[in-house]
Design a protein around this ligand. Structure first.
Ligand SMILES: NC(=O)C1=CN([C@@H]2O[C@H](COP(=O)(O)OP(=O)(O)OC[C@H]3O[C@@H](n4cnc5c(N)ncnc54)[C@H](OP(=O)(O)O)[C@@H]3O)[C@@H](O)[C@H]2O)C=CC1
Ligand SMILES: Nc1nc(=O)c2c([nH]1)NC[C@@H]1CN(c3ccc(C(=O)N[C@@H](CCC(=O)O)C(=O)O)cc3)C=[N+]21
Length: 300
């Protein structure tokens, strides 16, 4: 029997309606609408998709948005000045600097990504990338949850997929997806969102020597690599749940990190690309932007 398709788009739309209703209540209580400020340096393809969809979603949820496009040749000082401007603008609730910043090979000036993320006011850090927010998450008392892992947690929760006691293999150890995902699922009890946690987690990466063998041990396999269709059917335990985070542009089409057609025949449930994790990331970003606005309104 082919796998159930986990409809990220549908669940994202439910979450967005919940956020929209909360925004309405917040604004009718005499507050300014929350505002999300995104900064895009250069033209990373995955970021382009993200920016476009994000603006649309904000508008629908009653969240204001602004986008500051900066050329690939932007210097670190210029970008830090932009972040400082957004930090001190009281109309801005949340700040998101699109990653990756352009590499030198792509016309970039070699900006230190860490320095930029460190400069974002933690109370406006809707990506949850700043050291304070990462630390709080690590300790199981998060303020903002990072959007993509949180979206995946919501998806698992709302489709009734249990993680407690399960073996989750996360392929990829980036600060934006792999690392926080692994940490959230390994937390004791439900400190990182709804009642999904207590998993046994393995983190795999480019130096993992027996990747196929490790992946095959997963009850839940989460691929966040950025390599089109690298997870093939032989890497999936029959009946496993497969979550595909990858957004790769191949000949003008979006494809995930999982070879969907063959994986679908082996897995019990699987997220498609597009229509899986991507829309959930955006829904959780809206959630975080509202949370930021609420915290700022409460003077926290
Ligand atoms: N759907 C969504 O909402 C989002 C999607 N994405 C997409 O997810 C993908 C991953 O993004 P991100 O986490 O930022 O990527 P990064 O490039 O930052 O990290 C990729 C990770 O994959 C590992 N890796 C690379 N090659 C292999 C390999 N052959 N075998 C095993 N592991 C490997 C790397 O290992 P090492 O550490 O050793 O280098 C690294 O840890 C991208 O396609 C991105 O566009 C990202 C964010 C949100
Ligand atoms: N600071 C920062 N935070 C991020 O979270 C971040 C980032 N930088 N840089 C780029 C990656 C990528 N990313 C995506 C999120 C949603 C979709 C998305 O909406 N995907 C739809 C695409 C639908 C379509 O338009 O075809 C889907 O998968 O169905 C895509 C990509 C967030 N990222």
């Amino acid at each position: 029997m082919p796998a159930t398709r986990l409809d990220g788009k549908k669940i994202a739309s439910e979450i967005r309606s919940e956020v929209a209703a909360d925004v309405e209540t917040f604004v009718s209580g005499g507050n300014h609408p929350p505002q999300l400020a995104a900064v895009l340096v250069g033209e990373d393809p995955a970021s382009q998709v993200y920016v476009r969809n994000k603006e649309r979603a904000c508008a629908k949820a009653g969240i204001a948005s602004r986008l500051d496009r900066m050329p690939a040749a932007t210097t670190q000082a210029e970008l830090l000045a932009k972040v400082a401007e957004l930090n001190s603008d009281p109309a801005v609730s949340g700040i998101l600097v699109q990653l990756p910043l352009p590499s030198k090979a792509n016309g970039g000036t070699g900006i230190d990504e860490r320095a930029v993320l460190d400069a974002i006011d933690p109370i406006k850090d809707v990506d949850a990338f700043s050291p304070v927010n990462v630390g709080l998450l690590m300790q199981g008392r998060p303020r903002f949850l990072p959007c993509t892992p949180h979206g995946i947690v919501q998806l698992l929760h709302r489709t009734g997929i249990e993680t407690s006691g399960k073996h989750v293999v996360v392929v990829g150890r980036s600060d934006i997806v792999g690392k926080p995902m692994a940490m959230m699922l390994a937390q004791k009890d439900s400190t990182c969102g709804p009642a999904v946690a207590n998993a046994t987690v393995t983190i795999a990466h480019s130096r993992t020597s027996n990747l196929t063998e490790i992946c095959r041990q997963a009850d839940i396999l989460i691929a966040a690599v950025g390599r089109p269709e690298m997870i093939t059917a032989d890497m999936i335990q029959p009946g496993a749940v497969v979550i595909d985070v990858g957004i790769n542009r191949v000949e003008d089409k979006l494809v995930g990190d999982v070879a969907f057609d063959e994986a679908e025949a082996v897995a019990s449930a699987i997220t498609p690309v597009p229509g899986g994790v991507g829309p959930l990331t955006i829904a959780m970003l809206l959630h975080n932007t509202l949370m930021a606005a609420k915290m700022q309104a409460a003077g926290k």
